[in-house]
Ligand binder design. Structure first.
Ligand SMILES: [Cu+2]
Length: 279
């Protein structure tokens, strides 16, 4: 399948692009080297827009990040196609002077992850490969979390951290009781999703970058599409109704909209899921 990506060198394909992290007030400088024959851009809604960078051209953008939170950087040209075929990635902005909050005064955490979600329609990717505009209804048949999907026991790649999102170090949540974990969930794709956590409820801190007035504890949260986002804390706690013992071992995070648990047009069980491991 054809992809484009914000890669870290000219010989590899990185989808999603590298995870970036900065702190409020930082000046961030990004150089985009367009090795393709088509025009592309680097955009973060409300923060920066490089404008069109022609094929073969290089452009450096410099911008200040003023608001803590979770952002998707992406190519805003030929929307939404360039974004959907892989030109996207995550930027985390930490509050000024803080290493354990989503925003100043938020509930705190001890570790954090970014999950970038995408839905892939092979017909659309093929049209982009041929420099055409997709002309069929969006029909995604592959669903990824940080560019990977889950494998099940018995599959040859089960447990391979380079392939299996249940074991990939950037998706799999690992913690001991008390290791409160921020998860920044960024949706580069075109579909809304239902995010479901097992073993613990999450503290739902923000949606589409907007902090919630009341932090609800939920096990299922709706992820908006087209650059929608959620910020949640997985508390790694003993659930209040768990008796007599704390969770141990592995639990799933999977999406509850059924198509996301398939690949290649309905082959179950692959797709957007990962493991929550209590150590
Ligand atoms: Cu479930």
């Amino acid at each position: 399948m054809y992809f484009k990506g914000f890669s870290t060198d000219t010989n590899s394909l990185t989808v999603p692009g590298a995870q970036l992290i900065a702190q409020e007030g930082d000046t961030v400088r990004v150089t985009i080297v367009n090795t393709l024959g088509t025009s592309h851009s680097f955009k973060i809604d409300g923060v920066v827009d490089s404008g069109s960078i022609a094929g073969g051209q290089t452009k450096t953008v410099e911008f200040t990040v003023n608001n803590a939170g979770s952002y998707l950087y992406y190519d805003g040209l030929n929307a939404p196609y360039n974004r959907l075929v892989g030109l996207h990635g995550a930027l985390a902005v930490m509050p000024s002077g803080s290493s354990n909050e989503l925003y100043a005064g938020s509930p705190t955490f001890v570790q954090q992850y970014s999950w970038v979600i995408n839905d892939i329609d092979p017909a659309w990717h093929d049209r982009i490969r041929r420099r055409r505009t997709p002309n069929t209804p969006f029909t995604p048949s592959y669903f990824t979390i940080n560019g990977r999907s889950m494998r099940v026991p018995g599959h040859p790649d089960y447990g391979n951290p380079d392939i299996d999102s249940g074991y990939a170090l950037d998706t799999r949540l690992e913690g001991s009781i008390g290791d409160r974990t921020l998860v920044r969930i960024l949706n580069a794709g075109g579909c809304m999703h239902s995010v479901h956590f097992h073993a613990n409820h999450v503290e739902w801190l923000a949606r589409n970058g907007q902090p919630r007035a009341d932090v609800w504890k939920k096990d299922t949260v709706l992820l908006p599409n087209n650059i929608g986002s959620l910020d949640v804390i997985y508390p790694f706690e003993v659930p209040p109704d768990s008796w007599p013992q704390a969770p141990t071992g592995m639990y799933p995070m999977h999406f509850h909209d059924e198509m996301t648990q398939t690949a290649g047009g309905g082959l179950y069980q692959f797709g957007i899921a990962t493991t929550i491991a209590f150590k």
